[in-house]
Ligand binder design. Structure first.
Ligand code: NAP
Length: 253
């Protein structure tokens, strides 16, 4: 039956940035669909764990700052202690720095590019090598943005990194599709999370964004749950290199 195609029972999922926002919602969604979720975060995932445990789901966490040089190695080592297979990787963790382009320092530029772009590649490569290639199966979901398609205002490094994510998603999908590894991305619209606190507290920007969203409201973290389950599941086995917008119609304007 079609709903069985969406079930994730017996699957293990790694989700970066699982402590809050979209990463928390994605973790809960994958756990509700039956996956064992391993949340990766630089601080405690206690709230996520509690929500998943209340649903009788299965959750473990790995605490690591993704900026540390050996982050991918630590994740691999600790993951192997928890499971002998990984089926899904969600590259969700990301940062945004809002500053006039003329004032962005090389350090700020590198910080955003490293976490949002370089580390996504490094972790994907590491998990694919260790788990997906030997298993001949796997799903990678990268988190893109409206700024994968548009320039944005005062966020040049973020725009560059999220535009790169769409390209990287296609590049990895092309190389790995024949190994039954599907690489796709979700491009969230304007969602109510920490990422947009600054925007939402600027009443003028907030109002102009809201007026441009055909759905007439900001997105909520839970709006992304269905897309995450779909791209993690058997239902999307013939979907490769695609970036799915969950944006209340923003890109359609
Ligand atoms: P968020 O609440 O700021 O979440 C970002 C996540 O990344 C948090 O878990 C954060 O951990 C984690 N993170 C940042 N730096 C890290 C590091 N060095 N090591 C480990 N974890 C780190 O915002 P969000 O909206 O849920 O963002 C999730 C993803 O969606 C990001 O890639 C973001 O760019 C993308 N996105 C968001 C929107 C939106 O409107 N909200 C739109 C498009 C795309 P801490 O809590 O410890 O900081």
């Amino acid at each position: 039956m079609i709903l069985d195609f969406f079930r994730l029972s017996g699957k293990t999922a790694l989700v970066t940035g699982a402590n809050t926002g979209l990463g928390q919602a994605i973790s809960i969604a994958l756990a509700q669909a039956g996956a064992h979720v391993i949340g990766i975060a630089r601080r405690s995932c206690e709230e996520t764990a509690q929500m998943i445990n209340n649903d009788h789901g299965c959750f473990h966490e790995i605490t690591v700052d993704l900026n540390s040089l050996d982050a991918a190695e630590i994740i691999l080592k600790q993951t192997k202690r928890l499971t002998d297979h990984v089926d899904i990787l969600v590259n969700n963790a990301g940062i945004i720095l809002r500053e006039d382009a003329v004032d962005v320092s090389p350090d700020d530029w590198n910080r955003v590019i490293y976490l949002n772009q370089t580390f996504v590649f490094l972790l994907s490569q590491s998990i694919a090598r260790e788990f997906f290639f030997p298993q001949q199966s796997g799903k990678i979901i990268n988190i893109a943005s409206m700024l994968s398609f548009q320039g944005g205002i005062r966020v040049p490094a973020y725009t560059a990194s999220k535009s790169a994510i769409v390209g990287l998603t296609k590049a990895l999908a092309n190389e790995w599709a024949s190994k039954n590894i599907q690489v796709n991305a979700i491009a969230p619209g304007y969602m109510e999370t920490n990422n947009t606190t600054q925007l939402r507290t600027d009443s003028e920007r907030s109002q102009s964004i809201l007026e441009r969203i055909p759905a007439g409201r900001w997105g909520k973290a839970e709006d992304i749950m269905g897309a995450a389950v779909y791209l993690s599941s058997h239902a999307s086995d013939y979907v490769n290199g695609f970036t799915l917008a969950v944006d209340g119609g923003w890109l359609a304007r």
